[in-house]
Design a protein around this ligand. Structure first.
Ligand code: PLP
Length: 476
């Protein structure tokens, strides 16, 4: 009989198909109900062939059904959130989860996940506590502010600040600072959602002190400055410093809020990195409130931090939106140890993961690239030419957009001149298909793997995947 065209083959019963040793082993691993579900799904896929009398005996052999169930179960239970290699050269990559956290934070989260904690419980009095109490003292110490509060992210911090201080009133912002941050955070939209009325002053490239001063009316609630973190206005430009805007605001008894975006807690210049205004600088310049992200330059978990004047923070904390935007215990568990690292600045560059990545010397990546050159070339074969190349990493997440960190890595070019784009797409796809997907960056007809974020501990994992890369390229 021709194996491909049987006449009256039927699907076996579920019970019978599950009665093999191999299936029993699968049931032990995944549970009977999940296995039976996988088998039924496989039968559903085979049923049209069975009805048409075209079912091949191979398709319903014990081994085939076992393999199909194993495939379906593995796919169903594979985690969707996967660990990847970020070789894009962008350290704080929003799409890849931004800051990586130090071990202190990981251990703290682990404890908070598995044991009760005094999240809102005052251990001194036995009464109810406030979750902000866990970090507000250290935040004030590190920024010089009087008070602090924490919400879900910086977008939430800005929304909450505007709603609490400026609902149904006016907020003055320079036209040069009406930023859009990736993922639909736009100052005019946030302003509208917060119920505040945006009053734009100045022009895109030039805003003067008198533009702010002349726009203040009895309807004004707040003056606001926004750090233009993901672009630079250059050429014939003028903006007004925080200190000047603060003076203008304070002369009319109005507060100044500054959205710093990436706000850093230490001067990055001490490690040879580009200078970025610190939160403390901004508080010292006279800002009454400063909002910034937890997972950008700060190097912590996703969070929005608001620091500033005690009375204004108190007002913000009383706003009902605070309850809706508050952080969970995991965030606080991760944030506190990260902030503690800043209390020991001498150790920061080694212990704060993001700072360690920013400050890796180019020679370290160069050395890694040399070591990986031959094995990677062997894995990709003759279709690609691999070379060690100097590269420029970005800090990322809109921080310091015009500055780059000297780096090194591996550049892969398709050997043939034809269909370069298709070859590169095939290579990217093969890299993404690895057990730990590798994400690089395509530019100038080449795939660039910047090794800044491949720390020594992970290099053996990268290398161990090279045979799989070779197989994926062969199969593609
Ligand atoms: C990144 C950024 C935000 C948004 O912060 P998230 O923490 O991503 O919500 C807001 N304002 C500025 C200036 C930023 O750079």
């Amino acid at each position: 009989m021709n194996a491909r065209t049987p006449t009256s083959l039927r699907l076996p019963s579920v019970d019978r198909a599950l009665a093999t040793d191999a299936m029993r082993a699968l049931a032990a691993q995944y549970g009977h109900s999940a296995l039976a579900g996988a088998l039924r799904a496989e039968f559903d896929a085979l049923r049209p062939q069975a009805l048409a009398g075209e079912l091949a005996p191979d398709a319903i052999a014990d081994a085939a059904l076992h393999a199909a169930c194993e495939r379906r179960l593995a796919a169903r239970f594979a985690p969707r959130l996967r660990t990847v290699f970020n070789l894009t050269g962008t350290v704080l990559h929003t799409n890849l989860g931004r800051a990586l956290l130090p071990d202190e934070a990981v251990q703290s989260v682990l404890r908070a996940l598995t044991a009760p904690a005094n999240l809102e419980f005052d251990l001194a009095t036995g009464g109810r506590g406030d979750r902000d109490d866990l970090v507000d003292e250290v935040l004030c110490e590190l920024t010089g502010a009087e008070a602090a509060t924490v919400v879900n992210n910086n977008a939430a911090a800005v929304l909450l600040t505007l709603n609490a201080l400026a609902q149904d009133r006016e907020v003055i912002v320079s036209r040069g600072e009406l930023v859009e941050i990736g993922g639909a955070f736009r100052i005019p939209d946030i302003m509208a959602r917060a119920g505040a009325k945006l009053v734009e002053v100045g022009t895109t490239n030039r805003t003067h002190a008198k533009d702010y001063a002349e726009s203040i009316t009895e309807r004004t609630a707040l003056l606001m400055k926004v750090h233009t973190s993901n672009y630079a206005v250059s050429g014939f430009t003028k903006s007004v410093s925080e200190a000047e805007v603060a003076a203008i605001a304070h002369a009319k008894q109005l507060p100044l809020a500054v959205d710093l975006g990436s706000g850093t807690l230490v001067d990055m210049a001490q490690w040879g990195l580009p200078h970025e205004p610190t939160v403390r600088d901004t508080v010292n310049a006279g800002a009454d409130l400063v909002t910034f992200s937890g997972d950008k330059l700060l190097g912590g978990p996703q969070a929005g931090l608001i620091v500033g004047r005690k009375d204004l923070i108190a007002k913000i904390k009383k706003n009902p939106l605070k309850r809706a935007l508050r952080v969970g215990k995991l965030t606080l568990a991760a944030l506190e140890p990260v902030l503690r690292l800043y209390q020991q600045p001498e150790h920061l560059a080694q212990r704060l993961t993001t700072l360690r990545l920013f400050t890796r010397p180019q020679a370290a990546m160069q050395q890694q690239a040399q070591a990986l050159l031959a094995p990677l070339q062997a894995a990709v074969g003759v279709a690609f030419t691999v070379e060690v190349a100097a590269m420029s990493s970005q800090i990322g997440s809109g921080a310091l957009p015009v500055d780059v960190l000297p780096s090194a890595g591996l550049r892969l070019r398709p050997t043939a001149a034809r269909q370069t784009g298709r070859q590169l797409a095939r290579l990217e796809e093969a890299l993404r298909s690895l057990p730990r997907p590798v994400i690089g960056r395509v530019a100038d007809q080449a795939l660039w793997l910047d090794l800044r974020c491949l720390e020594a501990a992970d290099q053996p994992i990268f290398e161990s995947q090279l045979p799989a890369l070779s197989a994926a390229l062969a199969g593609a």
